[in-house]
Design a binder for this molecule. Sequence first.
Ligand code: CA
Length: 253
Amino acid sequence: MQASFGALSDVGLKRPHNEDSYVADADLGLYLVADGMGGHAAGEVASKAAADAIRDFVRETHHDRDKTWPFAMDPSLSWLGNRLRVAILVANRVVSQRIDGDDQLRGMATTLSAVLLDGDRAVISNVGDCRAYLIRKKLVTQVTTDHSWVAEQVRAGLLTPDAARSHPWRSMVTRALAGTSDLVVDILEMPLESGDLLLLCSDGLHGLVSDDEIGELVASHTRNLDQACRALVDSANARGGPDNITAILIRCP
Ligand code: CA
């Protein structure tokens, strides 16, 4: 049985463009949120190019195990984990090619979080400060590690999570798909239980709405995941909506 999902992306209240992109494809088992950065419309280009490239690679490898991959497999990961990891490396290369082909796009980049599902197995990845959360029996757990300056300060015990949320450098990421060849991709493999929810979101949500509030909002809309995403977006906008906001909720059958 396929997972069910809800998804919503919103420009917010302050930004002229929505530079977030997302993919929610139950047939492929692929869900991702990408948060683009760059001047003019470059952020939109980066997040869309990365999202499309990941979906294309996951689609091409959905049935075809003989396809030649452009990057080596990591023997410590499963087939599913390798598919997501290489898809992200391919996306990073696409970002590089787009930058090389257009001076206006120099400096563009995107962060992302992604889930690839196969039955009750999930592989999860993030680059930068897009997050994935597991919501199991109403308990909300962030399963990705933010690659951001404030998160590193929190891990070092130099900032509290509350102080990080209002810190002027809170948007500074330490990892992104910027087309450089040194990209490191973290892959987490985990079994899911029936009824588990996964939430993917950009920092326009988690920067304004706490994990506890996210849990409460989702718990009060569990029957309709689109409405749950709407409630999350509305909550960020009620706090000023300074950034683009994207949320995808996936329920394991
Ligand atoms: Ca953002």
